[in-house]
Design a protein around this ligand. Sequence first.
Ligand code: PLP
Length: 390
Amino acid sequence: MTDFRPETRTVHLPQPPLNGSHPITVPLYQTSGFVFDDPDVFADGMGRPDGAFVYGRLSNPTVRSLEEAVAGLEGGVGAVATGSGMGAINSVLFGLLAPGDHMVAQKPLYGGTASVMSDLEERFGISVSYVPEYDPAALRAAVRPETKLVYLETIANPVTQVADLPGMCAVAREAGVLSVVDNTFASPILCRPIEHGADIVVHSTTKYLSGHTDVLGGIAVFASDELYRKVWSFNVKLGATADPFAAWLTLRGIQTLPLRMERHCSNTRELATRLDAHPAVSVVHWPGLPSHPSYELAAKLLPDFGGVFSFDLTGGREAGERFMSSVKLALLAPSLGGVETLVLHPATTSHRSLTAEELARHGIGEGTVRVAVGIEHVEDLWADFEQALA
Ligand code: PLP
């Protein structure tokens, strides 16, 4: 390298050899491509996810570590990491469905996903039927000869309904239909949908998996190698691939996922229980409370009930808005799954596209407050909530 001019030497930077040791943590391979000695190895890597690393849109060692980590946690055979949760959802839906197909989705559904389903119907000739998340009989009745896919969410937003994954996935399997489960709210610590019969699990890794509100990402995990290769190949064309730095941050977050989930859940239990007994609160939605419609199902399916809950105040919308502008420690912000406690108003933010009737049907009031509980000391959170309620 010393023979070259500075213009060349600054391009071809030296790399330390790994002589006899390797790093403890997964290194960040911040490169868009890879160098080959052998043209045949180069060619082979182009066509499959498990060949040599070729180009960042196909695969990258840091991204592959994340894919293997999450596939392992979810009990899948492979995973495709993407630039966002919506990237994973779109890669699965557009990679597996074609015009003329039919799919069945649960309602309630995350707003971004619901809007993709509208596009599938309006622009891509894929019809969508909706059934309640707890009703395998309704799903059986909705399945048609051209049905290809059933779409579920382990825990829905913001009223935290829990899907009957074993019942719904069994109906899908009997009918020869693929089941896809968005497991973002539960994380693989609380639920592994493949164990309940799901074929594909999707996550917004932006949330609990990364856990620090500093990265956007998604992942799809597959129970079968055939599905994995099919969606990997479509995702390479779609270009929704994860960036190595985002994957590296997510891997770093995953190392504390079990500890964080424990605290998210215990803090939520405390806040939800105390709010449920508070005279200014009319209803609390959290599947760990016996009053929640999903309580029995959730108690069978989940070891704990998650870190998101919502509630309504007896004073309605005005009281809800006053609460959100009065909290000091909790932050008024979108998203969930990070270490900080966040509050938002679903009717004007995450669910603003729903009509008043649809909001009511999903149990979302005009003044409903959603809380994504963080890992702060619970007494500090309660003191903040108490002063805001007062
Ligand atoms: N799925 C669920 C349940 C979500 O809550 C979100 C985002 O809030 C998404 C998917 C989309 O994820 P992303 O924002 O990473 O695209």
